[in-house]
Write a protein that binds this ligand. Structure first.
Ligand code: V4E
Length: 223
Protein backbone atom coordinates (compact mmCIF):
# COMPACT_ATOMS: atom_id res chain seq x y z
CA UNK A 1 0.00 0.00 0.00
CA UNK A 2 1.33 3.45 -0.86
CA UNK A 3 2.26 5.83 1.96
CA UNK A 4 -0.05 8.75 2.63
CA UNK A 5 -3.76 8.96 2.15
CA UNK A 6 -5.91 9.26 -0.95
CA UNK A 7 -8.02 12.36 -1.27
CA UNK A 8 -11.31 11.99 -3.13
CA UNK A 9 -12.88 15.34 -3.83
CA UNK A 10 -15.39 17.19 -5.92
CA UNK A 11 -15.30 20.94 -6.34
CA UNK A 12 -18.40 23.05 -6.72
CA UNK A 13 -19.49 26.64 -6.79
CA UNK A 14 -21.09 27.48 -3.45
CA UNK A 15 -24.33 29.44 -3.49
CA UNK A 16 -25.92 31.78 -0.96
CA UNK A 17 -27.83 28.81 0.51
CA UNK A 18 -24.91 26.39 0.80
CA UNK A 19 -24.26 26.89 4.50
CA UNK A 20 -27.98 26.70 5.33
CA UNK A 21 -28.17 23.45 3.38
CA UNK A 22 -25.15 22.10 5.23
CA UNK A 23 -26.79 22.94 8.57
CA UNK A 24 -30.06 21.32 7.47
CA UNK A 25 -28.17 18.14 6.55
CA UNK A 26 -26.64 18.07 10.04
CA UNK A 27 -23.12 19.16 9.07
CA UNK A 28 -21.11 20.52 11.98
CA UNK A 29 -19.03 23.67 11.60
CA UNK A 30 -15.36 22.65 11.76
CA UNK A 31 -13.76 26.07 12.05
CA UNK A 32 -12.35 28.86 9.98
CA UNK A 33 -8.75 29.28 8.96
CA UNK A 34 -6.51 31.41 6.82
CA UNK A 35 -3.28 30.09 5.35
CA UNK A 36 -0.72 30.80 2.65
CA UNK A 37 0.27 28.10 0.17
CA UNK A 38 3.62 28.23 -1.62
CA UNK A 39 3.95 25.84 -4.58
CA UNK A 40 7.27 24.65 -6.01
CA UNK A 41 8.48 23.17 -9.29
CA UNK A 42 11.63 22.88 -11.38
CA UNK A 43 12.25 25.83 -13.73
CA UNK A 44 11.15 23.57 -16.63
CA UNK A 45 7.96 22.51 -14.81
CA UNK A 46 8.77 18.80 -14.58
CA UNK A 47 6.73 18.25 -11.41
CA UNK A 48 3.48 19.89 -12.44
CA UNK A 49 3.79 18.47 -15.96
CA UNK A 50 3.79 15.09 -14.22
CA UNK A 51 0.74 16.22 -12.15
CA UNK A 52 2.80 16.46 -8.94
CA UNK A 53 2.00 19.43 -6.68
CA UNK A 54 4.51 20.24 -3.95
CA UNK A 55 3.47 22.90 -1.51
CA UNK A 56 4.39 24.44 1.80
CA UNK A 57 1.16 25.21 3.61
CA UNK A 58 1.35 27.67 6.46
CA UNK A 59 0.42 25.84 9.66
CA UNK A 60 0.53 22.39 8.06
CA UNK A 61 4.00 22.03 6.53
CA UNK A 62 5.11 20.29 3.34
CA UNK A 63 2.61 18.30 1.31
CA UNK A 64 2.88 16.57 -2.05
CA UNK A 65 -0.20 15.71 -4.07
CA UNK A 66 0.33 13.18 -6.80
CA UNK A 67 -1.87 11.06 -9.01
CA UNK A 68 -2.62 7.66 -7.50
CA UNK A 69 -2.43 4.65 -9.77
CA UNK A 70 -6.06 3.91 -10.46
CA UNK A 71 -8.86 4.23 -12.92
CA UNK A 72 -9.60 7.94 -13.51
CA UNK A 73 -12.59 9.15 -11.50
CA UNK A 74 -15.64 10.61 -13.23
CA UNK A 75 -15.39 14.17 -14.54
CA UNK A 76 -16.95 15.71 -11.45
CA UNK A 77 -14.35 14.36 -9.01
CA UNK A 78 -10.61 13.93 -8.61
CA UNK A 79 -8.44 11.57 -6.62
CA UNK A 80 -4.93 12.42 -5.51
CA UNK A 81 -2.50 10.70 -3.21
CA UNK A 82 -1.45 13.06 -0.45
CA UNK A 83 2.04 12.61 0.99
CA UNK A 84 3.07 14.43 4.16
CA UNK A 85 6.04 12.47 5.52
CA UNK A 86 9.36 14.07 4.50
CA UNK A 87 10.83 10.72 3.50
CA UNK A 88 7.87 9.87 1.25
CA UNK A 89 7.83 13.34 -0.30
CA UNK A 90 11.57 13.40 -1.06
CA UNK A 91 11.47 9.82 -2.36
CA UNK A 92 8.66 10.63 -4.75
CA UNK A 93 10.26 13.90 -5.92
CA UNK A 94 13.52 12.09 -6.67
CA UNK A 95 11.61 9.36 -8.50
CA UNK A 96 9.75 11.81 -10.73
CA UNK A 97 12.88 13.85 -11.44
CA UNK A 98 15.08 10.79 -11.92
CA UNK A 99 17.62 11.86 -9.30
CA UNK A 100 19.21 9.75 -6.57
CA UNK A 101 18.55 11.12 -3.06
CA UNK A 102 21.54 12.75 -1.40
CA UNK A 103 22.34 12.65 2.34
CA UNK A 104 20.93 15.85 3.81
CA UNK A 105 17.73 15.55 1.82
CA UNK A 106 15.96 13.75 4.65
CA UNK A 107 14.06 16.99 5.24
CA UNK A 108 12.08 18.60 2.43
CA UNK A 109 13.81 22.05 2.41
CA UNK A 110 17.18 20.36 1.75
CA UNK A 111 15.74 18.46 -1.20
CA UNK A 112 13.94 21.57 -2.52
CA UNK A 113 17.24 23.44 -2.57
CA UNK A 114 19.25 20.49 -3.91
CA UNK A 115 16.78 19.76 -6.69
CA UNK A 116 16.67 23.43 -7.70
CA UNK A 117 12.95 23.79 -7.09
CA UNK A 118 11.53 27.29 -7.27
CA UNK A 119 8.35 28.87 -6.00
CA UNK A 120 5.82 29.42 -8.79
CA UNK A 121 2.64 30.27 -6.89
CA UNK A 122 1.80 31.93 -3.61
CA UNK A 123 -1.66 32.80 -2.38
CA UNK A 124 -3.72 33.03 0.79
CA UNK A 125 -6.95 31.12 1.30
CA UNK A 126 -9.65 31.93 3.80
CA UNK A 127 -11.53 28.73 4.56
CA UNK A 128 -14.68 27.77 6.39
CA UNK A 129 -15.02 24.04 7.01
CA UNK A 130 -17.86 21.67 7.88
CA UNK A 131 -17.92 17.98 8.76
CA UNK A 132 -20.64 15.48 7.98
CA UNK A 133 -19.89 11.86 8.84
CA UNK A 134 -16.56 11.07 7.23
CA UNK A 135 -16.85 13.94 4.77
CA UNK A 136 -15.49 17.43 4.95
CA UNK A 137 -16.76 20.47 3.08
CA UNK A 138 -14.44 23.45 2.58
CA UNK A 139 -15.65 26.85 1.42
CA UNK A 140 -12.58 28.69 0.16
CA UNK A 141 -11.96 32.28 -0.81
CA UNK A 142 -8.54 32.92 -2.36
CA UNK A 143 -6.87 36.32 -2.15
CA UNK A 144 -6.74 36.63 -5.94
CA UNK A 145 -10.53 36.92 -6.09
CA UNK A 146 -11.72 33.38 -6.67
CA UNK A 147 -14.05 31.34 -4.49
CA UNK A 148 -14.54 27.58 -4.74
CA UNK A 149 -15.94 24.89 -2.49
CA UNK A 150 -15.21 21.19 -2.26
CA UNK A 151 -16.57 18.01 -0.72
CA UNK A 152 -13.72 15.75 0.32
CA UNK A 153 -13.10 12.31 1.77
CA UNK A 154 -9.74 10.93 2.81
CA UNK A 155 -9.25 7.17 2.50
CA UNK A 156 -6.32 4.95 3.35
CA UNK A 157 -6.50 2.45 0.51
CA UNK A 158 -7.37 2.37 -3.15
CA UNK A 159 -10.18 -0.16 -2.65
CA UNK A 160 -12.00 2.41 -0.47
CA UNK A 161 -12.11 4.99 -3.28
CA UNK A 162 -15.35 3.90 -5.05
CA UNK A 163 -17.48 4.11 -1.89
CA UNK A 164 -15.89 7.44 -0.91
CA UNK A 165 -16.50 8.75 -4.41
CA UNK A 166 -20.18 7.87 -4.22
CA UNK A 167 -20.51 9.56 -0.80
CA UNK A 168 -18.75 12.69 -2.04
CA UNK A 169 -20.98 12.99 -5.11
CA UNK A 170 -24.10 12.23 -3.05
CA UNK A 171 -23.37 15.12 -0.67
CA UNK A 172 -22.58 17.39 -3.61
CA UNK A 173 -26.00 16.55 -5.05
CA UNK A 174 -27.66 17.09 -1.66
CA UNK A 175 -26.15 20.56 -1.63
CA UNK A 176 -27.91 21.18 -4.93
CA UNK A 177 -24.69 21.21 -6.91
CA UNK A 178 -24.90 18.43 -9.46
CA UNK A 179 -24.47 20.49 -12.62
CA UNK A 180 -22.37 19.06 -15.40
CA UNK A 181 -19.79 21.87 -15.38
CA UNK A 182 -16.40 20.95 -14.04
CA UNK A 183 -15.48 23.61 -11.48
CA UNK A 184 -11.79 24.55 -11.58
CA UNK A 185 -9.66 24.59 -8.46
CA UNK A 186 -7.79 27.59 -7.14
CA UNK A 187 -4.58 26.61 -8.91
CA UNK A 188 -6.15 26.46 -12.37
CA UNK A 189 -7.45 29.99 -12.00
CA UNK A 190 -4.23 31.23 -10.40
CA UNK A 191 -2.15 29.87 -13.27
CA UNK A 192 -4.52 31.23 -15.89
CA UNK A 193 -4.27 34.71 -14.40
CA UNK A 194 -0.71 34.87 -13.08
CA UNK A 195 1.28 32.20 -14.98
CA UNK A 196 -0.48 31.92 -18.35
CA UNK A 197 2.50 30.25 -20.06
CA UNK A 198 2.69 27.62 -17.32
CA UNK A 199 -1.06 27.07 -17.67
CA UNK A 200 -0.80 26.71 -21.45
CA UNK A 201 2.00 24.16 -21.05
CA UNK A 202 -0.22 22.06 -18.78
CA UNK A 203 -3.15 22.35 -21.18
CA UNK A 204 -1.06 20.57 -23.80
CA UNK A 205 -1.07 17.49 -21.56
CA UNK A 206 -3.88 15.05 -21.99
CA UNK A 207 -4.85 14.86 -18.30
CA UNK A 208 -5.57 18.57 -17.92
CA UNK A 209 -9.08 19.82 -18.62
CA UNK A 210 -9.30 23.54 -19.44
CA UNK A 211 -10.89 25.63 -16.71
CA UNK A 212 -14.38 26.59 -17.85
CA UNK A 213 -14.60 30.11 -19.21
CA UNK A 214 -17.80 30.31 -17.16
CA UNK A 215 -15.73 30.08 -14.00
CA UNK A 216 -16.70 32.84 -11.59
CA UNK A 217 -14.11 35.58 -11.29
CA UNK A 218 -15.22 37.48 -8.20
CA UNK A 219 -17.17 35.24 -5.93
CA UNK A 220 -16.78 36.56 -2.43
CA UNK A 221 -20.56 36.73 -2.11
CA UNK A 222 -20.75 32.96 -2.48
CA UNK A 223 -19.26 31.98 0.84
C1 V4E B 1 -4.33 18.61 -7.44
C2 V4E B 1 -3.87 19.96 -7.74
C3 V4E B 1 -3.26 20.78 -6.83
C4 V4E B 1 -2.99 20.54 -5.39
C5 V4E B 1 -3.97 21.30 -4.54
O1 V4E B 1 -5.21 21.07 -5.02
P1 V4E B 1 -6.59 21.50 -4.37
O2 V4E B 1 -7.21 20.32 -3.69
O3 V4E B 1 -7.38 22.13 -5.43
O4 V4E B 1 -6.21 22.62 -3.31
P2 V4E B 1 -6.76 22.85 -1.88
O5 V4E B 1 -6.22 24.14 -1.38
O6 V4E B 1 -8.26 22.74 -1.86
O7 V4E B 1 -6.12 21.66 -1.08
P3 V4E B 1 -6.67 20.83 0.15
O8 V4E B 1 -6.79 21.80 1.31
O9 V4E B 1 -7.98 20.22 -0.25
O10 V4E B 1 -5.60 19.81 0.41
S1 V4E B 1 -2.88 22.23 -7.52
C6 V4E B 1 -3.48 21.72 -9.00
N1 V4E B 1 -3.99 20.51 -8.99
C7 V4E B 1 -4.58 19.89 -10.17
C8 V4E B 1 -4.50 20.78 -11.39
C9 V4E B 1 -3.96 20.32 -12.56
N2 V4E B 1 -3.53 19.05 -12.62
N3 V4E B 1 -3.81 21.12 -13.64
C10 V4E B 1 -4.24 22.39 -13.58
C11 V4E B 1 -4.08 23.28 -14.76
N4 V4E B 1 -4.80 22.88 -12.49
C12 V4E B 1 -4.95 22.09 -11.41
Amino acid sequence: MPSGSIEVESKFEAGPDTEARLAALGAAPAGSSSFRDLYYDTPDLRLTRADHWLRLRQGAGWELKCPPVLVPPPAMATTYQELTSPRAIVGRLCGVLGVAPVPGWDQVPGAVAGLGLQEFASFVTQRRSYRLGGLRVDLDQADFGYAVAEVEALVGAQEDVPVALEEVLQLRRALGRDGATRVPGKMSIYLQRHRPRHYQELLLLSWVKPASSAAPTEASAQI
